[in-house]
Design a protein around this ligand. Structure first.
Ligand SMILES: NC(=O)c1ccc[n+]([C@@H]2O[C@H](COP(=O)([O-])OP(=O)(O)OC[C@H]3O[C@@H](n4cnc5c(N)ncnc54)[C@H](OP(=O)(O)O)[C@@H]3O)[C@@H](O)[C@H]2O)c1
Length: 142
């Protein structure tokens, strides 16, 4: 049977939607899940409670991934919990803006880029050294 018993997983944007469902599924498979959130603390804590009620392991951690140091702050918290080994990284947190092209402002573009592109890039940079089973040929220093 497929199991993630003894494995650690970080799911960004796990307070709601797809990230929440993913985190719950990883916990059901036995993983120790880090439930990341930005603003929805109550939702994240409720997922942690749901997982723990089923004898799973989970913690909620917060970081605003729209800020320049958000990814580094998140990575620091992750390392404090899991130590030197992270098995699963799900880069799910993201935003969109329902607007016509003509209605986009520079600030909208910068916010989308910071959250959806910059933060996953630097989160991988920060966590690659502790990610288990690194892809063949990929070195932390690259
Ligand atoms: N649903 C779709 O049809 C669809 C289609 C294409 C792509 N996607 C992408 O798939 C991912 C999940 O979609 P979803 O519909 O499940 O999204 P969602 O319900 O809007 O949830 C987004 C998650 O990302 C987190 N997040 C957003 N901005 C953040 C920030 N600055 N810092 C930290 N966390 C932040 C939110 O956390 P808080 O609420 O705690 O702030 C929330 O947990 C997103 O990246 C989305 O762009 C979704």
């Amino acid at each position: 049977m497929f199991t993630l018993q003894g494995k650690t997983a970080l799911v960004t944007g796990a307070s709601r939607g797809i990230g929440r469902a993913t985190a719950a599924a990883l916990a059901r498979a036995g993983a120790h899940v880090l439930v990341h959130y930005g603003r929805s603390a109550q939702e994240a804590e409720s997922l942690v409670s749901e997982i723990q009620a089923k004898a799973g392991r989970a913690e909620a951690i917060s970081a605003d991934l729209g800020t320049p140091n958000g990814a580094a702050l998140l990575a620091k918290q992750v390392r404090a919990i899991v130590g030197d080994r992270l098995d699963v990284l799900v880069l799910n947190a993201g935003i969109s803006k329902a607007a016509r092209l003509a209605d986009y402002a520079v600030a909208d573009f910068d916010n989308l880029f910071a959250t959806n592109v910059r933060s996953p890039f630097f989160l991988v940079q920060q966590l690659l050294p502790i990610l288990a089973n690194q892809p063949r040929g990929m070195k932390c220093s690259e």
